[in-house]
Design a protein around this ligand. Structure first.
Ligand SMILES: [Mn+2]
Length: 248
């Protein structure tokens, strides 16, 4: 009897303007095509798209192969879960209705075959500086979203792609917006002081592949991105492994 497999990825940043977007899509497609028959679920932990903005009747061009593949995986009975990242907050129902993907809210605590997982994109968990909280409020504000939706897509997407590029290059480093400060990182403190017993925390967002033991005895995986490393986590009902997808 084959084990059920559960995969976790984040920060693919499909459509990224600053690098070769088609290479990122190719790598991610290679990964999706490599998922074995006994895959039970795929968890997409945010920022799968570098900028996703969805209108009532219109979705962004591009990403065709990935969207088709996700639909195919769903049709084969594989569960797919999606967390909005800070680059793809604006998913309003297309993933659920068109692809049958379940959109989840972080922090999402779930028991998978006897072990407890806490999942999310990871931004805004734990201490968040005021500036970021204001941005998060603006991005999640319904009235501002409605105003943004009234812009012509040529303008809206030009703003979106510029924001996305800027946010990535903002605080140092061409590769990532973030420097992960290990145990000083608010997300580590968040996981360490989580009120429930959790075996595994898995987050994205920081573009820094790292696995840390927690004082509680559990552990925390921060996934990397698919522009650089292509990391994924895999749980087989017993072990949780953290690997790099090797392009074949
Ligand atoms: Mn992010």
């Amino acid at each position: 009897m084959l084990k059920n497999l559960y995969y976790f990825v984040s920060d693919v940043h499909l459509g990224l303007r600053a690098s070769d977007a088609s290479q990122v899509e190719k790598r991610f497609m290679g990964f999706l095509n490599s998922l074995p028959e006994n895959t039970r679920a795929l968890y997409l932990l945010g920022d799968i798209f570098d900028f996703w903005y969805e209108y009532k009747y219109v979705i962004p061009r591009g990403h065709t192969r990935v969207l088709g593949k996700l639909a195919e995986l769903r049709d084969k009975g594989i569960d797919i879960y999606f967390f909005r990242g800070n680059h793809d907050i604006w998913a309003y129902g297309y993933f659920e209705k068109e692809l049958g993907i379940k959109v989840l809210q972080q922090p999402y605590v779930v028991d998978i075959e006897g072990q407890t997982f806490c999942l999310g994109h990871g931004d805004g968990l734990g201490y968040t500086p005021l500036g970021f909280r204001i941005i998060r409020w603006i991005f999640n504000n319904r009235v501002i979203q409605a105003l943004f939706s009234s812009l012509h897509p040529r303008i809206a997407f030009s703003l979106g792609y510029n924001w996305s590029k800027h946010s990535r290059l903002a605080s140092g480093g061409k590769k990532s917006q973030y420097i992960f400060r290990g145990e000083d990182e608010p997300i580590y403190k968040y996981a360490s002081s989580f009120p429930e017993k959790v075996d595994h925390f898995i987050f994205g967002h920081f573009h820094t592949p790292v696995r840390m033991e927690l004082p509680s005895g559990g552990d925390m995986i921060v996934l990397g991105d698919w522009v650089n490393g292509c990391e994924y986590a895999l749980y087989d009902g017993e072990q949780l492994t953290f690997s790099r997808y090797e392009v074949v």
